[in-house]
Design a protein around this ligand. Structure first.
Ligand SMILES: *[C@@H]1O[C@H](CO)[C@@H](O)[C@H](O)[C@H]1NC(C)=O
Ligand SMILES: *[C@@H]1O[C@H](CO)[C@@H](O)[C@H](O)[C@H]1NC(C)=O
Length: 249
């Protein structure tokens, strides 16, 4: 008899768990593996919303605190250091760090570049990028494909300056970079919209650095010396003048 009650109880628990138990979203992307496995095999978007937003009853949303965890992304978390960025960081909201983006078809980054910092030339293989400066300013370069000037003319690069609250498109597959050459020698902040939930980033010919562009967060000439050898000469010349102007040693 007692065994039967126990069995019934266990059965009920098991049923409730499989019915709609939400899988908590962790603060670290690694914590989201279980939820992501569910989301990626869910047959419809409604099932995904259920997996993410609905509590164990199956008929109401999570409590406010839990709901905030899965619907509000905090860019202060999961920041990556970028060597050469003079203390800058990049924080991506993508399917890994913010699982509600599964099926949304986009990713968003928030980041900073310190004075005389650079985000070295790179490509996003699967996304167009709309890049917006929201504080201070950043210079950029965009290298588009062969033939833009006709025939088999080499890939030309255009450059520009983004003042606060302005932005540019880095077309999918274009090689682009950003430099903080601001006259005030202060940090700049940017927001990035990418047209894929898995945009990817490919660095361009930076293998000699060994560890991609990720490293320790640091400022000063020491940070740039880590990447000098793999930085194109026209960028080195801008940065060397910037270091002198901003008194960065
Ligand atoms: C790459 O990473 C290794 C191990 O973390 C470290 O010892 C090495 O100094 C790094 N190399 C560069 C150029 O940052
Ligand atoms: C970022 O840089 C800081 C300071 O150098 C270091 O403590 C931290 O481990 C770095 N983070 C990553 C993800 O490498």
């Amino acid at each position: 008899m007692q065994t039967n009650i126990l069995r019934a109880l266990v059965g009920t628990l098991a049923f409730r768990t499989s019915l709609a138990a939400p899988t908590a979203r962790g603060n670290d992307p690694k914590d989201n593996t279980e939820l992501l496995e569910k989301l990626l095999t869910a047959p419809t978007q409604a099932h995904r919303f259920q997996d993410i937003l609905v509590d164990g009853s199956g008929s109401k949303f999570l409590n406010d605190e839990e709901l905030a965890k899965v619907t509000v992304h905090n860019f202060e978390q999961n920041q990556f250091n970028i060597t050469g960025s003079q203390g800058g960081w990049n924080s991506p909201a993508n399917t890994e760090s913010f699982p509600i983006l599964v099926g949304a078809g986009l990713a968003v980054n928030l980041g900073t570049v310190g004075p005389c910092g650079v985000l070295l030339p790179h490509v996003h293989p699967r996304a167009n990028e709309f890049f917006i400066v929201v504080d201070n300013e950043l210079d950029f370069g965009t290298r588009v494909e062969i033939g833009v000037f006709g025939g088999l003319s080499p890939s030309p690069e255009y450059t520009g300056k983004l003042k606060k609250n302005s932005g540019t498109l880095f077309p999918q597959g274009s090689v682009h970079y950003q430099i903080n050459n601001s006259p005030n020698c202060k940090e700049s902040t940017f927001v990035v919209y990418l047209s894929s939930e898995d945009p990817g980033t490919t660095t361009v010919l930076q293998e000699p650095v060994g560890n991609g562009t990720l490293g320790r967060r640091q400022v000063g000439r020491e940070d740039f010396e880590m990447i000098r050898a793999v930085t194109p000469p026209h960028i080195v010349s801008v940065l060397d003048k910037c270091f002198a102007r901003c008194n960065i040693v």
